[in-house]
Each structure stands twice: as structure tokens, then as C-alpha cells.
Ligand binder design. Structure first.
Ligand code: AMP
Ligand code: GLY
Length: 418
């Protein structure tokens, strides 16, 4: 098979690496990829700019399977375009992708099908939203309806902060349209887990659980980032938690997908909050997480391409995904200044000495050198028999890489008391 992977981050590098291990695959293109993706076996980067270019490339090169990494092409309807041309693609249709693309759509879906989630109200009128702030409890959570590159959620300690967020989203329109409709949501206190899964629209198979570390500094301090590191499995996901998740979130979601005839084939990433009152769904993502993928696929024993083909053929029922009996720890090295502004173009040294997997997130090759090109630069992923072992390896190995201004959290996978 010839496979095309869309995207350019550490997630796509991990997908390319996993796909390259499949005996079903001869050749992999990554559009546009990065300075790490084209170093994997069978892999080649191709510089394609938009969904139409990707479609034309797939047609011209007789691509057998396209896998979409990020949410934007999915929300823009790349899957519908491919299906119209009878090309095989893994991902949800535009309608199903709205489960991530519109928070009001996804909250209404959750409510309609009894998926356990925080209480919420939707507003399109700024005055009504401001009025609601007089009656809602604090802290409260203000969310932009549309995609906002991970910046569309503000936890507001009091009315003034909520007013400022509403003003930014609805009046100043800082997300260029994506914040004109907002969701104001009950604040939930607890610990988070990421549960990636695969669905063919009839069955959802959850993957091994994982835990992102969103804030930039140790002890979950500072602003949110795309994700500073991951462990899998997530130590907060006890059997009891997973049972509640299955019953109150996964099964109700599947019922909704079927009742709405969404014909959902692809990844569902459940972002959950484990609280004293039970397990709640914070959000759906319609793609794999970054850096969750780097940790989770490192533990997957099954052939990912075979699994994807089963989903596309709607044959997931009864399929068992095999996992290593081990733990993964992924530490993300970022540029100085991230998630704010940062400089690029620094040479990365020492990767060749690292004794575990390194996925490139934001780096490009130039004149034989690997140069930083993004906020998140590298993911160092170690697998060990225990979490402690995986942590030990990841932190030992990350010391061997360096670039100007390198920063990473030192507490990925450290369990805190609840
Ligand atoms: P979302 O994009 O909805 O996952 O929100 C991004 C992050 O904001 C989540 O990972 C949580 O850390 C936080 N968050 C979202 N909704 C809530 C909520 N209702 N209560 C507390 N924290 C939340
Ligand atoms: N790491 C969180 C996300 O991919 O949304």
C-alpha cells in the first residue's frame, strides 16, 4: 500500500513511525511532514498546502490510504472530498468533525444523548452572556465555540475575569469569528485523562489511557500549552474510572453517533475529568492527541494500519487491539518563550546519541542540520516496565540533546495527591 499522512507535528511523526512498521505498507508520504518524518523507513515528505492539493496528490499518486493528523482539515471537510472521489481516507466526515469544531454542537450532542458533562449555556448575544454572569457560580469556564488553536478556553475566577474573556471573544473577536458564539460552563475540579479511541460508527474501541501535562511549568503552573509531556497508561484511570467512562461516556456517545447517522469512521479522543462526583466528558477531539499519540502508539503492539482498515471496513466489532505490558513516558522539549513568542532556527545537537525514540515536533532540516522551527521541538519517548523506569530513561536521554534555549518540564509522570 501507499499511505499518505497529513500533518507536520510530533503526532504525525509518531503515526508515520508506527505505519512504517506495518507489513501492509510499501511507501509513506507525509504532507508536509517535518525534519524527522522523512528519516523513517519508507517515508518521504511532500509539500502540499491545502485540502485540494492533498486530494490531487492522492489521485495522481494512487494513494491507497490517507490518514489525517490535525483537526483543521477534518473540520473543513477533507474526508467528504476524498469520499466523493472514492479515495480511502481515515477520519470523520465534516458533520461528525463538528464534535470538535463546535463546542455548542458537541455540548448539545452530549446533553441529548446523556453523555455525562458539565452544565452549560450557549450565547450568541454578548449582553445576554454578560447578564448570565450575575447568576453563575465561580469559578466559571468561558469557551469559544470554534477552533482557537487550544487558546479558546478561559477558567475565570470571578465576574471581572469572565467579562474580560467574553469581551475578548465576542467584541474584540480575537479568534476571527471562532469566539462570536460562546459556551459558559460549570467548573469541574479533578484530574484529567485523555482516552483516544477508534470507531467505525458501530463500535468504539478505547486505547490505553494517557495523561497530558498542559501547563508550561512544573506542578501545573503557568499558561497552557499544546502539551508538555505524556504518560501512558494514566495512573488516575482505575478500573472503576474506566467502568464509569465506558458506561456514562463511551456507550452514550456511540448511541448518539448511531442515532444521528453520523457514519463516524476515525479517531475519537475523549478528554475527561475525574472528579469526586464522577467522571465527566470535557470535550471530544476528532483526531489523535499531541503528544498523547507519541506515548500511546509507542505501546501499541497491533498493526495500526490493519486496525484502521478494519475501521474503514466497519469490522471493528470483536477486534482486539494488543498493547505492550509496559509504560510510556514522553517529555517534550520546547523553545524558550513558548507558548508565547519564541525564536527559531537553532541547531539541534545530540539526537544521534539518544537511546530511546525521538519524535520531531517542530524542526526542519537545512544543509544537513536539524534546526528548530516551532514551539514544541522534540518528543523524547521512553518505554519501561514501570512508570518509574520509563521516566528515568526519558529524563536520562533528554539530557543528551541540546539547542539554544531548550526547556522541558521535570515532573512529567509525577503523581500528585488529589
Ligand atoms: P477543552 O478544550 O474543552 O478540553 O478545554 C481545555 C482545558 O481547559 C481542559 O483540558 C481543562 O484543563 C480545562 N477545562 C475545560 N473545561 C473545563 C471545566 N468545565 N472545568 C474545569 N476545567 C476545564
Ligand atoms: N494534547 C492535547 C491535544 O492534543 O488536544
Amino acid at each position: 500500500m501507499k499511505v499518505l499522512i497529513v500533518g507536520s507535528g510530533g503526532r504525525e511523526h509518531a503515526i508515520a513511525w508506527k505505519v512504517s512498521q506495518s507489513n501492509l505498507v510499501d511507501k509513506i508520504y507525509i504532507a508536509p511532514g517535518n525534519g524527522g518524518t522523512d528519516k523513517e523507513e519508507k517515508c518521504e515528505n511532500v509539500n502540499l498546502e491545502n485540502n485540494v492539493d492533498v486530494l490531487n496528490f492522492a489521485k495522481d499518486n494512487k494513494i491507497d490510504l490517507t490518514i489525517v493528523g490535525p483537526e483543521t482539515p477534518l473540520v473543513d471537510g477533507i474526508v467528504d472530498m476524498f469520499r466523493e472521489h472514492n479515495l480511502k481516507i481515515f477520519g470523520p466526515s465534516k458533520i461528525a468533525a463538528a464534535l470538535e469544531g463546535s463546542k455548542s454542537f458537541s455540548k448539545d450532542f452530549m446533553k441529548k444523548y446523556g453523555v455525562k458533562t458539565a452544565e452549560y449555556e450557549v450565547f450568541e448575544d454578548v449582553n445576554k452572556a454578560l447578564e448570565y454572569l450575575n447568576e453563575c457560580p465561580y469559578p466559571t469556564v468561558v469557551k469559544a465555540d470554534g477552533l482557537a488553536a487550544g487558546k479558546g478556553v478561559v477558567i475565570c475566577a470571578n465576574k471581572e475575569e469572565a467579562e474580560a474573556a467574553i469581551n475578548d471573544f465576542m467584541v474584540k473577536d480575537i479568534f476571527a469569528g471562532a469566539g462570536l458564539r460562546i459556551v459558559i460552563e460549570e467548573f469541574l475540579e479533578g484530574v484529567e485523562a485523555s482516552i483516544l479511541s477508534i470507531t467505525d460508527g458501530k463500535t468504539i474501541i478505547p486505547f490505553i489511557s494517557s495523561k497530558d501535562h498542559k501547563q508550561i511549568y512544573d506542578n501545573d503552573k503557568g499558561p497552557n500549552t499544546g502539551g508538555m509531556g505524556v504518560i501512558a497508561p494514566n495512573f488516575y484511570c482505575s478500573e472503576e474510572v474506566l467502568e464509569s467512562f465506558n458506561k456514562e461516556i463511551l456507550e452514550t456517545t456511540l448511541k448518539g453517533i448511531q442515532t444521528e447517522n453520523m457514519d463516524y469512521i476515525g479517531t475519537i479522543f475523549f478528554g475527561i475529568m475525574i472528579t469526586k462526583k464522577g467522571v465527566y466528558l470535557l470535550e471530544y477531539n476528532v483526531r489523535m492527541g499531541d503528544p498523547e499519540t507519541q506515548g500511546v502508539l509507542s505501546l501499541m503492539e497491533s498493526d495500526y494500519v490493519e486496525l484502521i482498515l478494519k475501521a474503514i471496513d466497519k469490522e471493528l466489532e470483536g477486534y482486539t487491539v494488543k498493547w505492550k505490558d509496559a509504560h510510556a513516558c514522553c517529555v517534550t522539549a520546547v523553545s524558550k518563550g513558548y507558548p508565547g513568542s519564541y525564536e527559531k532556527g537553532f541547531e539541534i545537537k545530540g539526537i544521534e546519541n539518544v537511546d530511546c525514540k525521538v519524535f520531531v515536533a517542530g524542526a526542519k532540516e537545512k544543509d544537513g542540520k536539524l534546526l528548530t522551527s516551532g514551539g514544541r521541538v522534540l518528543n523524547i519517548v521512553a518505554v519501561g516496565e514501570t512508570l518509574d523506569k520509563a521516566r528515568e530513561i526519558a529524563y536520562r536521554e533528554i539530557e543528551k540533546v541540546n539547542f539554544d534555549g531548550i526547556y522541558y518540564r521535570r515532573d512529567i509522570g509525577v503523581k500528585k495527591s488529589l
